[in-house]
Write a protein that binds this ligand. Sequence first.
Ligand SMILES: Nc1ncnc2c1ncn2[C@@H]1O[C@H](COP(=O)(O)OP(=O)(O)OP(=O)(O)O)[C@@H](O)[C@H]1O
Length: 604
Amino acid sequence: MPPSPPTAAGRATPRAMLRLLTWARPAVPRVLLGGCTALGASMLALAVPQVLRAIVNGPLLTDSSRRGVVLGALLVLGLGVLEAVLVWSRRALILTPGTTVEREMRTSLFRHLLDLPVAFHDRWSGGQLLSRAMSDLGTIRRWMVFGLVMLIVSATTLVVGVVLMIATSWQLGLVYVAGAIPMVWLSFRFRTGYRDVARRARDQAGDLATTVEESVHGIRVLKAFGRGDDALDDFVRQADELRETEIHKARTLSRVSFALGAIPEAVLAVSLAVGVTLTARGEITVGALVAFFATAAVVNQPVERLGALLAMTLDARAATDRYLQVIDTPSTVTDPARPSHLPPPGPHGARLVLDGVRFGHGDEPDVLAGVDLVVEPGETVALVGLTGSGKTTLLQLVPRLFDVTAGRVTVDGVDVRDLTRAELRAAVGVAFEDPILFSTSVRENVLLGVDAAGATDDRLTRALDVARAEFVHDLPDGVETVIGEEGLSLSGGQRQRVSLARAIAVRPRVLLLDDPLSALDVTTEAEVTQRLRAELTGTTTVVVAHRPSTVALADRVAVLEDGRITGVGTHRDLLAHHPHYRFVLTALAATEHEPVDDEVEAAR
Ligand SMILES: Nc1ncnc2c1ncn2[C@@H]1O[C@H](COP(=O)(O)OP(=O)(O)OP(=O)(O)O)[C@@H](O)[C@H]1O
């Protein structure tokens, strides 16, 4: 759920919408031209009543000239054809820039989402982001190319039409203007009520998308636990809530549309009575009366459209707020203004130092409360601690998935915050416990972190070999096989090995392995461990160990306890002298049903 209020809240609608110019600027000339053609079409429509007045007062009633009437009719026809051409031009002019702006806004959003820190993505649901990227942007596009243009054109038509009506007969004009007073009042009331409900509908649509996304994502769990019906109930409840809101929205709109349609008609009825009286008294001509009603017929169209256009604008406003809410979220993990650079790589990898590191997730108490750890070049350190002690969190601070709140992390003496993220992440390889793969080929997954020059077959084969992921060669298209969404066409152990290969392929200075072998059987794990030990001589490695056998990878072991490193040493030393290490390892060994010492030694 998005927890924070919209950053654009409180902004007046025009100001909020002006922000759209950031993306819409290149489209402005064509939209303006389209607006001008639409305006031209409306002005032509307003010119027709004036021609009618001339025909009625001239050839029809005074001269009785047939030729004059025919010429007048041809003029009206010409104006009508020109109006139709202008309306078509508006559509043609505005179509392309609208889609271009939508694409630009979508690209900006995706770029920003990639830039935002992991903490943001932890807080926001996928459905809310997805609905912003898709339906909100569609609404903004439609408003920009139709709603905005028609709102301006309608307002201008209304003003010009009313001026013409007053000029035709000030008495009838005043009757018409009097009708505008309740309409303005109604529009303001509508604006306040509709704005909130429009926002609510969009947020609910986002929640619904989240439910679909989570259910599809977790379909195996739902099916395995037979909770499909519960998921369906949840979905139906949310869909019902959204339906209620949409109905409320539609009712609000239909009420105001009815009033905005009925008031001008009532005003016309009054005007008719007043107009006939004035004509009978000779105060206005028949031509003027005809022109007044013909103008009123043109002006009534935008008035009747006003409700729908207002609703469209308020919908677009809600969509814009939701879009800006994400775009205006600052990225807290950024590149420094003057980045430092890592020294040239040594033969044994980098020196990794965590110095007084503190970190807490969001408003939670600090999970790391002053971590001090030095990992020498080429060394492999296993990180051991109780579940929830902060091992994964600690690893994530090195490639700056989160930033430390105090202290510092250095690679070869350089604070990771002084490096560009690109340089840092090229120097650090990570394999997470829950391996996320992408729905591309095995090759692309493994070489994800490698630049184009380094993405050779040799590199790929070597990484797959060390991670014991040669099974990929037996897939239908070998390394070119597309491995399905999130790699779900592979087993858990296979996915872990591809993910491990991905981390190794980077040939990083620092390799971070978050229990990378947990889904492997004991024999495969032993083989991978052996190959990794041979491969990791030029790399500094920190490996989170959830089972005693993973400790076998390490030269030294660091114990994470109560947010601090309370012991660093060899497995044997710690086992002999560190009670918490003994306690943790015994607990881990119990889950593996293996004697602590034997297993570690056997794997070495
Ligand atoms: N994204 C997050 N947002 C909020 N709290 C988090 C987040 N990730 C982890 N935590 C909390 O931080 C603490 C440490 O979690 P972490 O995953 O680092 O522990 P761990 O030692 O790796 O655990 P395990 O051995 O079970 O994998 C836990 O209390 C966890 O609930």
